[in-house]
Design a protein around this ligand. Structure first.
Ligand code: URA
Length: 199
């Protein structure tokens, strides 16, 4: 019998906890950080995928619980979704030093865990937050949009065949953009309304 979802997700957590071959492992240990695996409803129709944990996330082990997370929470509320209804995770599960961009080898090392999370949760909608998760997911499913920029892709709904049927991918700007450019909140709100129509 297939292991239940929670047991399978816990196995992923245990493997990441012990991922001493990761270039980010020593940094995690030195700072008493946690890996950030993901949280939410294991039966959610929607999975949100960010880039990598920031400081607050690494201190708590929870995805999107800092400044960008506050914006994500507001965007979820704006379309009548609660955090507990969705599943939220990242491509890279440990904090890169000083919030630098994830390195290609870090994405390569951590993405198989994301692949497994997707196979376990079987989301009908994959909402990618920012350019790293968008690029990773579009390449993973070998979609023709894979070389397009997030500026062109945000708010578009892209269908993909997946091992568990079909899913809809919706690339979104990373909520942190609102911290640097207040005008982008409106764009994110509009894109979240498109997401709401899918739900
Ligand atoms: N930014 C991300 O991409 N992920 C988080 O969990 C927090 C901030």
């Amino acid at each position: 019998m297939a292991l239940n979802r929670t047991v399978q997700l816990k196995k992923i957590r245990d493997e990441i906890w012990n991922l001493s071959k990761s270039p980010l492992y020593n940094y995690r240990k030195k700072n008493n950080y946690f890996p950030v695996i993901g949280e939410g409803n294991h039966f959610s129709k929607i999975i949100f995928i960010g880039e990598a944990p920031g400081q607050r996330e690494a201190e708590t082990g929870r995805p999107f619980c800092g400044a960008a997370g506050k914006i994500l929470d507001e965007l979820l509320v704006s379309i009548d979704l609660k955090r507990k209804d969705v599943y939220i995770t990242n491509v890279v599960k440990d904090r890169p030093p000083n919030n630098r961009d994830p390195e290609p080898e870090e994405i390569k090392l951590y993405s198989p865990f994301l692949d497994r999370q997707i196979l376990i949760i079987k989301p009908k909608i994959i909402a990618t937050l920012g350019r790293f998760s968008t690029k990773y997911i579009l390449e993973k499913f070998n979609l023709s949009e894979k070389n397009e920029s997030i500026t062109n892709l945000h708010g578009k709904v892209i269908e993909a065949k997946v091992p568990f049927g079909k899913t809809k991918i919706i690339p979104l700007y990373h909520p942190a953009v609102v911290l640097y450019s207040a005008g982008s909140r409106k764009v994110l709100e509009e894109d979240f309304r498109i997401l709401k129509d899918l739900v």
